[in-house]
Ligand binder design. Structure first.
Ligand code: MOS
Length: 719
C-alpha cells in the first residue's frame, strides 16, 4: 500500500509531540558513525571489483576552442574521447551543462578524454604523455569584459528606488565583491562502473540518486531501469555532487568498451577544476531609511558569471524580496557568460553570499543612522511578505535577534574601536540568518517484521548529515521500537525514489515520506487491535488501546509494510516560507598585522521541528565554520589570462581549520511549521552559513573601524 500526501493545506496537528517513545529530536549519535571511524563504511573509490581497470581524466589545456586530434597513449588499455562525457560535466541539478559540441572546449581544465590502464599509476602516466591538438579560440574570462545578460524572471522593481534614495534621511550605496568559492567536500569525486550484459551499476559520490539516475541514463543513452546507482556513504557534497559529473559518465563508457569494471577517481586538483564553483559576485546594495531607521528603499544589483550556454546563475538576491520592509525596491540580476569553470549550486546557493553582503550593508546603514544594528533590523521586519502580501508560514527573525542579543551579551558591545586588549582590538557583530525553504517529492518504504524489527528503504542519501539516524529515530518513534530495532537502508536506486540531499530539503522531505509509511503501518496495527489509529499507542514493541495491550510479535505473524509518498502542493504557494535565525561574532583584530581571529560565535536558529539535536547542531556548526571561511579565508582565484583556477587544493583554498574556529554555540528556537507536512520540520542544512560571515565582518568593523567589501577579509585588506 502507498500512502500519498500532497501538501495542500497546513497541518496543525502536533501528534508527533504526543508519541510516547520520545526518541525523535533526541541528540543520538550517528548510527553509521562507528562504520566510518573504523573504515568499514566503503566510499565509492574504495570498492574494488575483480579485473578492475583505472581511468584518469585528461583535461583541456586551453580555455576555449576545439579538440582536433587526440594521439595514442602507449601503455594504456583505451583512450576514451566521447561527447557524452562533456555534456553533463560539472553541472548543478537544474541544468544540462554547457551546450558543447563533441570537441568543444569551454574552459581551461575541462575533461576532454579518459585514459584507462591496469593501474592508476600507468593511467596517470599515459594521460600525462597524451598529445592533444587544439584549435584555440579567444576566451573572455573576465566577467566585467562582456555585456551581461538580464534573465527576465530575475528582475523586479517596485516604486521608485532612485527617488527613495534622494529623499532618504540616511542611505548606503556601496559595492561588494565575493570571489569564486568551492564546495570542497572531503571525499573527492569518484565512480566505479560495472556492466552485467546491458545492465549497468555505478557506485559514486552523489547527492540526488533518483535525478542522478535520470541524468546518467540520458547522458549514456540507456533506459533508466537498466541503471542502478549506489551511494550508501558520501563524504560530503555541499552541492558538488548534486548532478552527475564527468568521472561517472566516463567510467560507464570505458567499462562498456573494455568489458571490465572501471574506476575513475578525481585528484583534489581535478575536483577544483571539474566540480562546479560558486560564481564570484559583484553586489551593489542601496538602502534608504528615515531618521527613525524605517527603511524606505532596498536595491540589490548583482553580477554573476557562468559558462556560455548555461542556465544556472547564482541566485544571490533570493532572500532580498522578503527579509526587510521597504516601499521602493529594485533587484537587478545580471549574468556574464565567460570561460571560467562551470558555476553551480554550492552550500546555500544565493543566500550564502547574498545575505552575507546584504547584512554587511545593514550594518553600514545602522552605523550611518546612529541606531543599534539589532534595533535597526527589528524595526524593519515585515508583518507579511512585502509586495505580495503573503503571510509567512512562520518568521522568527525578531525572536532570534532578541534571544541572541541576550545570550551573546550584546549589551557589552562598545562603540567602534573602543575595546582594546594589548595589541588586539575587539569587536562584536550581528547578522540575520535567512534561507528559503523547499519541500521535494519523496518516497520511502517501511516494513515491520514480527520479531519487532523495522526496515526503512529509500534512495535518499546521507552525505554526512545524519539521514540514517534521523529516519531511524522517526520510524522508531512512530512504531514504538527501540532505535536499535530499526534498520535504515539508503543510497540505492533499487529503493523508492527520494528527494535526495540538496537545498536543505532532504531531512524534511524524506522524513515526511517515512512518516506517511509508518502512519499506514500504524493503521494496519490499529485494525488488528480493533481501534482507531489515533487511539493506538506503541511503545517498546507493545501496542496499547484503552485497556488492551498486546505485543507486536503476537499481533502480526507476517511482515507488514507500506510506502509513503510526499508531494509538495498548494501550501507552499500560499505562504512565504523560510527559515530564520541570527548570527553573533566576537572578533579580535591585531593592531599591527591586521590579522582577524574569531573569538566566539553564536547562532540562533528556527527551522521547525528539530529531528535530532546533535545532527542538527552539527549542520549549524559546519555552516558557521563556512561563514568564517567566506569572511576571512576562502577564495578561488582565477588566472586573468585563461580563467584557470589558481588556488585549487586544500592548502591554497583555505577552509577554516581548527585553529581558525573558536567555540561555536548553537541555540534552537522551539518551532513547529504547519506548512511542510505532518513532520512540521523545515530545512536546516544551509541556514547556518547564510549571513554568518557578515557577523564576522561587522565585528571586524566594530573592532577597528575597517569595512572590507572585497571578500575575504585577509590581513592585507584590514591593515
Ligand atoms: Mo546544496 S548547494 O543544494 O547541496
Amino acid at each position: 500500500m502507498t500512502r500519498h500526501l500532497k501538501v495542500d493545506k497546513p497541518d496543525h496537528d502536533n501528534r508527533l509531540d504526543h508519541m510516547v517513545q520520545g526518541v525523535l529530536g533526541q541528540p543520538l549519535n550517528r548510527l553509521e558513525g562507528p562504520l566510518k571511524v573504523t573504515g568499514r563504511a566503503a566510499y565509492a573509490a574504495e570498492v574494488r571489483p575483480d579485473k578492475i581497470a583505472y581511468g584518469v581524466l585528461v583535461q583541456a589545456s586551453i580555455p576555449a576552442g576545439r579538440v582536433l586530434d587526440i594521439g595514442d597513449a602507449p601503455g594504456a588499455l583505451a583512450v576514451i574521447h566521447d561527447p557524452r562525457m562533456i555534456r553533463y560535466a560539472s553541472q548543478g541539478m537544474d541544468q544540462k551543462g554547457p551546450k558543447a559540441g563533441p570537441d568543444q572546449v569551454e574552459y581551461m581544465g575541462q575533461a576532454i578524454a579518459l585514459v584507462v590502464a591496469d593501474s592508476f599509476e600507468a593511467a596517470t602516466n599515459a594521460a600525462q604523455n597524451l598529445s592533444v591538438r587544439y584549435s584555440a579560440e579567444t576566451a573572455v574570462v573576465d566577467p566585467n569584459a562582456v555585456k551581461p545578460e538580464l534573465p527576465p524572471k530575475k528582475q523586479s522593481n517596485t516604486g521608485d528606488l532612485a527617488q527613495a534614495m534622494r529623499d532618504a534621511a540616511v542611505s548606503v550605496d556601496a559595492v561588494w565583491h565575493t570571489p569564486s568559492q568551492m564546495a570542497a567536500a572531503m571525499e573527492p569525486h569518484a565512480a566505479v562502473a560495472e556492466w552485467d550484459g546491458d545492465h549497468l551499476t555505478i557506485r559514486a559520490g552523489l547527492q540526488m540518486l533518483s535525478s542522478n539516475r535520470a541524468q546518467m541514463a540520458d547522458a549514456l543513452g540507456i533506459k533508466p531501469d537498466k541503471l542502478r546507482l549506489l551511494a550508501p556513504y558520501v563524504g560530503g557534497g555541499f552541492g558538488s555532487k548534486l548532478g552527475i559529473n564527468a568521472e561517472a559518465v566516463a567510467a560507464a563508457i570505458a567499462a562498456k568498451q573494455l568489458g571490465r569494471p572501471v574506476k575513475v577517481a578525481m585528484t583534489r586538483q581535478q575536483v577544483f577544476d571539474l566540480a562546479h564553483r560558486r560564481s564570484e559576485t559583484r553586489q551593489r546594495v542601496r538602502l534608504a531609511c528615515d531618521a527613525d531607521g524605517r527603511m524606505t528603499g532596498i536595491g540589490h544589483d548583482v553580477l554573476v558569471s557562468n559558462l556560455p550556454g548555461t542556465q544556472f546563475s547564482e541566485p544571490v538576491t533570493q532572500a532580498t524580496p522578503f527579509t526587510y520592509e521597504a516601499a521602493h525596491r529594485q533587484i537587478v540580476h545580471a549574468v556574464a557568460h565567460i570561460h571560467r569553470g562551470c558555476a553551480g549550486s554550492v552550500r546555500a546557493p544565493g543566500e550564502a553570499v547574498g545575505v552575507t553582503v546584504f547584512e554587511c550593508a545593514m550594518d553600514e546603514l545602522a552605523e550611518a543612522a546612529g541606531i543599534d544594528p539589532v534595533e535597526l533590523r527589528l524595526r524593519n521586519i515585515p508583518d507579511a511578505e512585502p509586495v505580495s502580501g503573503r503571510p509567512y508560514s512562520s518568521n522568527k527573525l525578531a525572536e532570534a535577534l532578541r534571544v541572541g542579543a541576550e545570550r551573546f551579551g550584546w549589551s557589552e558591545r562598545r562603540p567602534t574601536g573602543q575595546q582594546v586588549q594589548g595589541e588586539w582590538m575587539i569587536g562584536m557583530g550581528v547578522a540575520a540568518a535567512v534561507r528559503v525553504n523547499m519541500l521535494i517529492e519523496s518516497r520511502a518504504k517501511v516494513t515491520l517484521h514480527p520479531d519487532c524489527r523495522a526496515i526503512v528503504e529509500t534512495d535518499m542519501t546521507d552525505i554526512g548529515t545524519g539521514t540514517y539516524t534521523i529516519l531511524g529515530q522517526l520510524a522508531a518513534e512512530m512504531l514504538g521500537l527501540p532505535t536499535d530495532r530499526v534498520e535504515v537502508r539508503l543510497g540505492d536506486t533499487d529503493f523508492p525514489p527520494a528527494a535526495g540531499s540538496g537545498g536543505s530539503f532532504g531531512a524534511a522531505s524524506s522524513g515526511n515520506s517515512v512518516y506517511l509509511a509508518c502512519e499506514d503501518i500504524r493503521r494496519q496495527i490499529a485494525a488488528k487491535m480493533g481501534c482507531d489509529e489515533t487511539d493506538l499507542s506503541l511503545h517498546d514493541g507493545v501496542a496499547r488501546a484503552g485497556n488492551v495491550a498486546k505485543s507486536l510479535s503476537d499481533l502480526i505473524d507476517s511482515p507488514i509494510g507500506a510506502e509513503g509518498h510526499l508531494q509538495p502542493g498548494k501550501t507552499e504557494k500560499s505562504v512565504r516560507q523560510a527559515t530564520w535565525g541570527s548570527h553573533w561574532a566576537e572578533v579580535a583584530v591585531n593592531r599591527w598585522t591586521g590579522e582577524a581571529r574569531v573569538r566566539r560565535m553564536l547562532g540562533v536558529f528556527a527551522c521547525g521541528r528539530v529531528l535530532n539535536e546533535k545532527t542538527a547542531r552539527s549542520q549549524c556548526l559546519g555552516g558557521m565554520t563556512f561563514g568564517i571561511g567566506i569572511a576571512l579565508t576562502e577564495a578561488m582565484e582565477h588566472d586573468p589570462r585563461d580563467g584557470h583556477a589558481v588556488s585549487r587544493d586544500l592548502a591554497e583554498y583555505h577552509i577554516p581549520c581548527h585553529a581558525d574556529v573558536p567555540p561555536l554555540e548553537v541555540h534552537f528556537l522551539p518551532e513547529r511549521d504547519a506548512y511542510v507536512g505532518p513532520l512540521q520540520a523545515k530545512g536546516l542544512g544551509e541556514l547556518g552559513i547564510c549571513g554568518a560571515g557578515a557577523a564576522v565582518l561587522n565585528a571586524i568593523h566594530n573592532a577597528c573601524g575597517v569595512r572590507v567589501r572585497d571578500l575575504p577579509a585577509t590581513p592585507d585588506k584590514i591593515i
